[in-house]
Design a protein around this ligand. Structure first.
Ligand code: G3P
Ligand code: CA
Length: 351
């Protein structure tokens, strides 16, 4: 058994109370390899190719598989807790419509911010699904089955305690990669999610640039507020990553001038992979953009999303080929992946 696979199995066993030892690996971390020097494996919502996204089980598995950083998408509850969920809605990953059928808004959605943490804890978390004729249909059919086992929503603090606990018990230094979701929406709901997230980070010792954290957001105005207003008053500074999607609102960031502007408040970018290689490229004839070079010219690290074995672009014949294009040929600095094990294995074998 390969070391990373053994580690994955062992860390998963931690959840059921087994005493284990896990291989120490060369990982980025405080006083060790600089954050900026490695090809980083960022577990996208955990080992979400194998277990329901953003559950503590998926995070423990990602840890055991050798991920260097583990991602947390963050939203807020009605009573001010920061919880780990991809959306500010509950209806695509939980049984909220069964438990609280009367709590949907006029648009038919169930909003996290309408529920207290105690209420959120009553919900079961499932593999991501769509609803068709009242029936849940898994988005990824081959992944963890719907409505099996038992998973719950975790707070940001609980997840940090899991990762820091594993760092202590294994001697490794795995980092966190939180994303502030929908700051404008939260503000309209009376919540300052950025302040809430920074308070949790500071409580758990993530407040300096050298700490094992990248803080990401799609909202450029919010990142500039964090850098210019919140960091000084909270006496903290951690690396910031500007996420870049494929929508028209991000077009300005894709130029040399735009990248220079991003570099004035951020330390890296997290672009959709489609902004680096056009999705209609064909194998052997890739349409590669200059985005990575523009970012590197400004000293920004580049961590594209999302690398999935079960959702490959047409130009990649398999998952390793996709990693080779981005990590080896183009030279990105890390990837968000649903499959940390395969990505660690590729990097250990090829780079
Ligand atoms: O944060 C990087 C990547 O996760 C962005 O996409 O929608 O999965 O949060 P999303
Ligand atoms: Ca994210």
């Amino acid at each position: 058994m390969k070391p990373v696979r053994a580690a994955g199995l062992l860390a998963t066993m931690l959840l059921v109370g087994c005493a284990v030892t896990v291989n120490d690996q060369a990982l980025p971390g405080k006083n060790r390899v600089a954050l900026w020097q490695s090809k980083l494996v960022i577990a996208h919502r955990g080992a979400s190719g194998y277990l329901p996204e953003h559950t503590l089980a998926a995070k423990a598995m990602a840890y055991g598989q050798g991920a260097h950083f583990i991602e947390q998408d963050l939203v807020m509850s009605n009573d001010g807790h920061v919880v780990v969920l991809h959306d500010h809605y509950l209806d695509t990953v939980t049984n909220v419509r069964d438990v609280f059928p009367d709590r949907r808004r006029a648009d038919g959605r169930y909003y996290v911010v309408d529920f207290t943490l105690a209420e959120l804890r009553r919900l079961a978390v499932y593999e991501r699904f769509k609803v068709s004729d009242g029936t849940r249909i898994a988005v990824f059919e081959q992944r963890f089955p719907l409505e099996k086992s038992s998973f719950r929503i975790a707070t940001f603090a609980e997840e940090i305690e899991l990762i820091q606990g594993l760092n202590q018990s294994t001697g490794r230094s795995v980092g966190i990669y939180p994303e502030i979701k929908s700051p404008a929406f939260h503000r309209r709901e009376g919540k300052d999610i950025s302040v809430a997230v920074l308070e949790v980070l500071k409580t758990y010792g993530y407040d300096e640039r050298r700490d094992d954290v990248f803080l990401q957001c799609f909202d450029a105005n919010e990142l500039q507020r964090i850098r210019g207003e919140l960091f000084p008053v909270m006496n903290m500074t951690v690396p910031l990553v500007q996420l870049i999607g494929t929508g028209p609102e991000f077009r300005a960031a894709l130029t040399a001038e735009g990248m220079k502007s991003v570099a004035s408040y951020a330390d890296g970018i997290g672009p959709s992979m489609q902004l680096i290689v056009a999705p209609d490229s064909v194998a052997g004839n890739l349409k590669t953009t200059s985005l990575v070079q523009l970012a590197h010219d400004q000293g920004l690290v580049v961590h594209p999303y999302t690398f999935r074995r079960d959702l490959l672009p047409v130009y990649a014949e398999d998952y390793d080929a996709l990693l080779e294009i981005f990590l080896n040929d183009i030279g990105v600095d890390g990837v968000f992946t649903d499959f940390p094990d395969l990505t660690v294995e590729y990097i250990e074998s090829n780079l």
